[in-house]
Every structure is written in structure tokens, then in C-alpha cells.
Design a protein around this ligand. Structure first.
Ligand code: HEM
Length: 440
């Protein structure tokens, strides 16, 4: 069995310094605003993509192995291999990689994403059931969409008074909505729970490097359990309580993933707002869609495509990680057992050889069933693909639809998005600001 090509020390150092380090420094579990700002200024994401592009030119068949003393680590360079690795999950490509376990155990040690074997099966099945992962419109849409409308309308009133929409005001409204969706209306202002989770997530950013705060974790999970028991009908938590499942499914520990993952959904929504308002043609078609479907916001195909397109350009899960559960053969050689497998999404999403208009905002690509030889995977794919995908797209597109209705938004410093159709590799959502007027 021949081994895969191994990178030189110099090439390994380039991948670590230009791809892994900046991505991890931005905060994989909770974003660090200062590092995100620096990444935008220094164009770190563009440099990371360029580094992998240069490698792929030299190793067109990939994957390649980094030269490092610890566990073997492979980098995927071919879209066909991306599809293969994600399809062959959880065996031989387990999503429960050592790094992910180290990070996520800080607040949800028995979550589906870091579980294996039978435990993973029951936990993932519970997630699929509660998040209604197979259905484009969640079964609780009738309960969720009025909450979306109320929070968006409250936000609109606030920003019309101040004349400015910034990340702080957006995030406040978005988080109220998230708590209502997850635990029901009584939890709308339940900041205490979120503060505990944020502390745990800040620690989780350091994965192995920081000790776990076990007492805080127990307190947090106890608080989640309490809210799960009390959750009113119409919330995700109440759905969870209603599903008969074995103890091993660990329902309480499936919930922090939702709270945590609604953060990137908010970032994607805010970036989508910037992208859409900067593309008058897309904006006018989105407004037309909203008018035509004014009473039916559960399925807005163009606005969903707009969110997907901003997730393609600025993916919120840039690193998709797997770990082999045995040796795996590729044409170029064999991956050893317990080898880390790394898929860096931005490289595949901006693949200049294969993806049409890779640096432009072109939501229509998501409306056609055009399966090219590329890998656009903002929600991953295969058996560990995000079970919240449809729910996220339903909520974000509905929220956007209300914001675009009756508001005229002008992005401040819009030149950030105007580089002759070449959109930047990083879009720092923390610093986006819109000037707002009523358009009625
Ligand atoms: C923009 C928002 C989101 C994006 C881009 C996203 C993306 C992803 C990705 C890429 C994965 C797979 C990770 C991997 O393969 O290792 C994943 C997993 C997961 N996501 Fe999301 N996600 C989002 C929001 C959500 C939300 C809001 C929920 C729940 C309400 C959710 C629930 C989950 C769960 C439970 C898993 C683990 C699945 C498993 O164990 O197989 N996600 N997500």
C-alpha cells in the first residue's frame, strides 16, 4: 500500500500558517471580532485560498499529507474527493475528529457530531426528527413565522428611529428570535443561559489548550434541561420532549448545537442583506418575490438562494473535519487509520477552474439543478450534512423578507463590496452598518 504524497516542511508550514492558523484564530466556535477585522484588512482568506490553489496545481490528484509529528493529517484538493469523503461518513470518515471532540466537549460532550457508532445513530436520528431535516418547510412553520415577523418588525421600528442598522441591533433581535424558536416565547429574554454558553464557547475556541469548566458546563446543561421540560408547544424543545427516544440519545446535549449554530445563521443573514442591497437587480427580484408571496413566507426560493450564495462566498464553517476509522485507498495512495482529513470550504467555493463566476454574487446558481464538477458545501453534505439546513433557510429568508419590506437600506462603506465584481474573501459582519430610511 503506497502512502499519499507528503508535503515538504516548507509547504506544510505554508498550509499551517496561511490556512489553518488564521481560520482557527478567527474563532471556530465563537468569533473573535478583532481577528475577523484583521483577517478582512490583511485579506487572509484570499491568501489561504491562493495557498491551496498553488498546492492543487502541483498535486492535482490529492489528497496530500502534511508533514507533522503528531497524528497524520490530510488535505483534500479535489472536489470529487470532497464528495467521496462526505458521502462515506461516518465510516471510514468519522465526523468525530479529535479536534472537534476537544472543542465541542467543552459544552456538549454527547452531541451527535462528536459521537460514534450506535450512539451517533440515535442522536442524529433525534436531530433529524426534531429539525424536520428532510422537509424544506419545517412542520412548526406556522408557529415560527409569526415570531420572525414580530422580531423583524420590532427591529425595523428601532432602526427607523436611529436611522442606522448595525450588527449589535441586528444580533439582539436575531438572538431573541432564536431563543423563542428553541425554547418558546417565555425564553425571549433569557440572557443568563446564553451568557453561560458564551463563556463555555470562548473556552472551546481553545479546544485542547484550555481545561474544561466542568462545573459551569453542568450548570449550563442543567439549565437547558430545565427549559426543555418547561418548553411550550410550538418550540423546538417541545418537539424534542415529544419524541420517544432512548436515554443514549442525550436530548439535552443536542440542544447547545442549535443555540450555537444559530449564530452563523445570523451572520449569514446580515451579510446577505449587505450583498442583496449592493446588487440592485437581485434586490428588485427579491422584492418582487416578497410581494408575490406576501402571506406565504415559508418558502421564498430566491431569498433562500441569496443566503446560500453568501454562505458560498463567506462560509461560516470553513473547515469541515473528518478522521479515518481505518486505512482508505485513493488513486494516489492510502490514507492511514486515524488520519485527520481537512476540507477547506473557501478553496472549493471559489474554485476558479470549475465554479462559474467564483468571486461574484450570483444567487441564481442555487436555483438551477446544475451539478457541475465543483463542491459547494456550506451545509456539508452526506450523512453528517447539517440537519438544520432547511430550517435555517426558512428562518433567514423570512427574516430578510420583512427587513427588505418597507425599508430602504444603504450599506455604509459599500466600496468593501465593490471591487469590480470580485468580492472579498472576508466580509466582517461585525462592522457592517446600513443607513436606513422608510421606503413607504
Ligand atoms: C448558517 C447556518 C448553519 C450552517 C452554515 C451550518 C453548517 C453545518 C455544517 C457544515 C455541519 C456539518 C459539520 C461536519 O460535517 O462536520 C453542520 C452540522 C450540524 N448542524 Fe448546522 N449549520 C447551520 C446552522 C444550524 C442550525 C441553526 C442548527 C439547528 C437548529 C444546526 C444543526 C446542526 C446539527 C445538529 C449538526 C450535526 C449533524 C450531525 O451530527 O450529523 N445547524 N452544520
Amino acid at each position: 500500500m503506497s502512502s499519499l504524497p507528503q508535503l515538504s516542511i516548507r509547504d506544510t508550514a505554508a498550509v499551517v500558517a496561511r490556512v489553518l492558523f488564521p481560520t482557527i484564530a478567527k474563532g471556530p466556535i465563537i468569533r473573535r471580532p478583532r481577528v475577523v477585522a484583521l483577517a478582512e484588512k490583511l485579506r487572509l482568506d484570499e491568501r489561504a485560498v491562493a495557498t491551496l490553489r498553488q498546492l492543487a496545481e502541483r498535486y492535482p490528484t490529492g489528497p496530500v499529507l502534511l508533514r507533522q509529528p503528531f497524528r497524520p493529517q490530510a488535505v483534500v484538493l479535489d472536489p470529487a474527493h470532497v464528495h467521496r469523503v462526505l458521502a462515506e461518513t461516518p465510516n471510514p470518515f468519522s465526523p468525530a475528529s479529535s479536534e472537534k471532540k476537544a472543542a465541542l466537549s467543552h459544552f456538549q460532550p454527547r452531541n451527535s457530531l462528536i459521537s460514534s457508532g450506535r450512539e451517533r445513530e440515535v442522536r442524529r436520528a433525534l436531530q433529524d426528527q426534531v429539525l424536520d431535516s428532510a422537509s424544506p418547510v419545517h412542520r412548526l412553520a406556522e408557529s415560527f413565522l409569526p415570531a420572525v415577523q414580530q422580531e423583524a418588525e420590532n427591529l425595523k421600528r428601532t432602526v427607523l428611529r436611529s436611522g442606522t442598522l448595525d450588527w449589535e441591533s441586528f444580533d439582539r433581535a436575531w438572538n431573541r428570535l432564536v431563543r423563542r424558536i428553541v425554547f418558546g416565547d417565555p425564553a425571549a429574554d433569557d440572557i443568563a443561559l446564553i451568557e453561560m454558553l458564551q463563556q463555555l464557547r470562548s473556552n472551546a475556541n481553545w479546544a485542547f489548550l484550555k481545561p474544561r469548566k466542568r462545573r459551569l458546563r453542568a450548570q449550563f446543561l442543567g439549565a437547558v434541561e430545565h427549559r426543555l421540560r418547561k418548553a411550550p408547544t410550538g418550540s423546538l424543545a417541545a418537539q424534542m420532549s415529544g419524541v420517544p427516544s432512548p436515554d443514549t440519545s442525550a436530548p439535552v446535549e443536542q440542544i447547545p448545537q442549535w443555540l450555537f449554530a444559530f449564530d452563523p445563521a445570523g451572520m449569514a443573514t446580515f451579510r446577505t442583506l449587505a450583498a442583496v442591497t449592493g446588487h440592485p437587480n437581485v434586490l428588485s427580484r427579491a422584492r418582487q418575490e416578497i410581494t408575490e408571496k406576501s402571506s406565504e413566507r415559508s418558502y421564498l426560493p430566491l431569498l433562500r438562494a441569496c443566503v446560500l450564495e453568501s454562505l458560498r462566498l463567506w462560509p461560516t464553517t470553513p473547515l469541515v473535519l473528518r478522521q479515518t476509522t481505518g486505512s482508505v485507498r485513493f488513486a494516489a495512495g492510502t490514507l492511514p487509520d486515524r488520519c485527520g482529513v481537512l476540507i477547506y470550504e473557501p478553496y472549493f467555493h471559489r474554485d476558479e477552474q470549475r465554479v462559474p463566476h467564483p468571486h461574484a454574487y450570483f444567487p441564481d446558481r442555487w436555483l438551477n439543478d446544475d451539478d457541475g464538477d465543483w463542491a459547494l458545501i456550506p451545509f456539508s453534505e452526506g450523512p453528517a450534512a447539517c440537519p438544520g439546513r432547511h430550517l435555517v433557510l426558512m428562518l433567514t429568508s423570512a427574516f430578510l423578507s420583512h427587513l427588505l419590506e418597507g425599508l430602504s437600506l444603504q450599506l455604509e462603506s459599500s466600496e468593501r463590496l465593490d471591487r469590480g465584481g470580485h468580492l472579498p474573501g472576508t466580509l466582517n459582519h461585525f462592522s457592517l452598518r446600513f443607513t436606513v430610511q422608510s421606503s413607504n
